[in-house]
Design a protein around this ligand. Structure first.
Ligand SMILES: C[S@@+](CC[C@H](N)C(=O)[O-])C[C@H]1O[C@@H](n2cnc3c(N)ncnc32)[C@H](O)[C@@H]1O
Length: 220
């Protein structure tokens, strides 16, 4: 079987189940620290916001009244849940089926780009950030909450060893990426990055970074 057909079969079987189970898998963490970090990141945003790899729309309930949101998601099973959840929480959003590496959106148009738990999964996270840079207005910001490689060498070793099976189970999630290092090469000025521990989530996804990086007013 070709790798394209294999990927399509994986997506139509496990990918579909993953989308159906996603909210339940996250439920405990979302009422705890992960949900609080997410709220603090998302709630202050206003203007035109692009939520990249929006999944089932977990961010939806955190957006404020002044947020005009376009949710971009490449997986049709995840995307199908976005519109339903938007209706359930009473938010009017646009849903676009596309990968973060090729955003079908205009240059210099967005006030904010949001990446939550997505740069670990995207095939080419550097290309996603290049697209974020392109669509942001000068002075616009990318806000992120991402699973990353642990600072603890023992935990990082576990992340490395289990990368393959974890990725297979997690629809491509590579929890051992040093995602924090990708923003400056993409042209962003990092405003802040905090590293947080998520207790009770297991070693693969126990560390996250939360932060903001800005597109300079004048690009280099
Ligand atoms: C772990 S889920 C996170 C969903 C959501 N952002 C959240 O915070 O719950 C990862 C999401 O990234 C999406 N994804 C995978 N590859 C992607 C890519 N190349 N560009 C954008 N999103 C991608 C997946 O389909 C999935 O919905």
């Amino acid at each position: 079987m070709s790798s394209r057909r294999l990927h399509a079969a994986y997506s139509a079987t496990w990918g579909r189940c993953f989308a159906a189970m996603y909210d339940r898998m996250l439920a405990k963490a979302e009422v705890g620290k992960l949900g609080r970090l997410r709220h603090d990141l998302v709630a202050p945003l206003s203007g035109f916001i692009i939520d990249v790899g929006a999944g089932t729309g977990v961010n939806l309930r955190h957006f404020g009244e002044d947020a005009h949101v376009t949710m971009v998601e490449p997986d049709r099973f995840m995307a199908a849940r976005l519109a339903v959840k938007a209706h359930d929480v009473g938010k009017s959003v646009d849903v676009v089926l596309a990968p973060g590496e090729a955003l079908p959106l205009a240059d210099n148009s967005a006030d904010h780009v949001l990446c939550t738990l997505v740069l670990c999964t995207a095939g080419d996270p550097a290309a996603v950030l290049a697209e974020a840079f392109r669509v942001l207005k000068p002075g616009g910001e990318v806000h992120f909450l991402e699973h990353v490689r642990s600072d603890d060498p023992k935990v990082a070793r576990i992340q490395d060893r289990l990368r393959g099976p974890w990725s297979l189970l997690g629809c491509g999630c590579q929890a051992n990426r040093k995602t924090g290092l990708l923003f400056a090469p993409a042209g962003f000025v990092v405003e802040h990055i905090d590293r947080e521990q998520l207790n009770g989530c297991g070693p693969m996804v126990s560390e996250v970074i939360v932060g903001t990086a800005r597109k300079p007013l004048v690009s280099a």
